[in-house]
Design a protein around this ligand. Sequence first.
Ligand code: F6R
Length: 634
Amino acid sequence: MIDSLEKFPVKIFNTPKDGSQYVAKIIADLITKKNSEGKKAVIGLATGSTPKSLYAELVRMHREEGLSFKNVITFNLDQYYPMEADALNSYHYFMRKYLFEQTDIDPKNYFLPNGIIPKEKIKEHCAAYEKQIEDAGGIDLQILGIGNNGHIGFNEPGSPVYSKTRLITLDNSTRIANSHEFANISEVPRMAITMGISTIMKSNRIILMAWGKTKAPVIKKAVEGKPTEEIPASLLQNHDHCTFVLDEFAASELTRFKSPWLTGECEWTPQIIKSAVIDMALQLNKPVLSLTNHDYNESGLSDLLVEKGDSYEINLEVYYMLRDGITGWPGGKPNTQIPNHPERSTPFPKRVLIFSPHPDDDIISMGGTFMRLHDQGHDVNVAYQTSGNIAVTDEFVTRNLDFAVGFEKIFHIDNTVTQNIFDTATSFLKQKKSTETDSPEIREIKGLIRRCEAKATCKYVGLKDEQIHFMNLPFYETGTIEKKPMGPEDVSLTVKLMREIKPHQVFCAGDLADPHGTHKVCLDIILAALEVIKLEPGGEWLKDCRVWLYKGAWEEWDINEIEMAVPMSPDQVRKKRYGIFIHQSQKDSVPFQGSDEREFWQRAEERNANTAELYAKLGLTKYAAMEAFVRLDI
Ligand code: F6R
């Protein structure tokens, strides 16, 4: 019953690592079985961020458990076109880096489409690729990722069921989604050679993997919707042996999690009641207090009605939950006891610590609350976790250096040192290739630019120097998009700062959808630091500390998850906008912006207005905008 809407077997794991271990074991078993039959295992492989953890596990199994790839043949799904095999963004390079060069696979046994084949020879090359697969005995197991638009391989929406390996034009949404791997969107190739849908469907077995919340909407469509060429992954429903392996976030939109009351019996916890009623109210476009018994029955909530008795009682329960979460006093209202207020009124003033993964997440994601906390007399500290240096354009560096040289000239300061730095930097930037990493000096300058902007925002809010902390966490400092995993130094720097401040309130980015995973690592570091403090002597202060999560620039909490909503007046909205404007290096053409082309202030405003609109639709007071938080149980 529970799986009734799902058209595939779906395996859900806590983390991508767990899911990858599961898939790696299937691959290892396949290799062993095939080899025991004296045959080679033929495996279809994908690239992109999803299979990285799978390849890491296979490499571990090779090193620690002797899993051999000597008798394995692999075929990759796709390759950008045109693309040199050795280019940093080529899938040859990717595969060699993450799997091939770290195992004993014979280079003669791995195949990828050729990204530099002359155009007139592509058809021939694609037919030969199909033939090679056939000659190898066909693919035993095909590993897939999924694009946000539902593509598999590079079979974009509209790809025919009978398509074979071919040259295709990439969807603009794919180019935008993949632009974070390149310096900017114009560098992303417009074409690719990809196995076709029918090539993929011919595999004996298929496993599609997906991690993270951004994949959740398309996973729901592929798993629960009708098979359609518009969502190529949904066509896999016609395959006899296809499994989806997901982490909890990618699975989160499936009906059994999102609306469990629709897939069978469910336990009516207050949170589920809240979700069900809010969903119903929004779908029927009715305020919560206007929902009737009839609405409950019509919306599949008759069980809830039977359990609770009457719609009015349930409506009130949900209405109060929503109402009690709204507060203009995010640090608690002093000298008053408000029942069910999201924050306690004492101590007052509170020591507040806002963790901002990048130097602008504080103002973008919780600028209104940040200003309120300060204006209401709390001791607000901001900790910028990373330097954010990769998101500054080279043009911005030269402009700032030019200013530095000019400044020294005006005031007759000996400017030979600055002039030298300027000359070295400009000549470096002039010859810099698009795939090249910045020199340490340029990275320093980029970091400085972002620090100055963050500082200016803090001054604008009213903070003093000693309330501003730049952590420069080492995990981020690779100079490339790909960051190191969190390390002990990241945690100890965070522990040190928390010990110094001993905050009563901590705010941190709880969004797991930023395109490069930086927010997730930043949150993991804070969680690890909290664990350390919890266990240490003198860590008792943590008992009196509440941790609130905000979402980063990329998305907002679901309305039913929100536990504290802080309203903003039109003036406050404007004030926040100016605070975001201070981050000039992040305006207009930011590198690595992800798939959303709106500027950060626009995203923030639209999302805050949208939250306010949703509350109004549900029958609560209509504000101009609202920022939203979820409390983390520590
Ligand atoms: C990669 C491929 C693509 C990706 C998909 C998801 O070889 O064919 O279909 O699997 O774009 O990419 P990530 O894993 O980066 O989200």
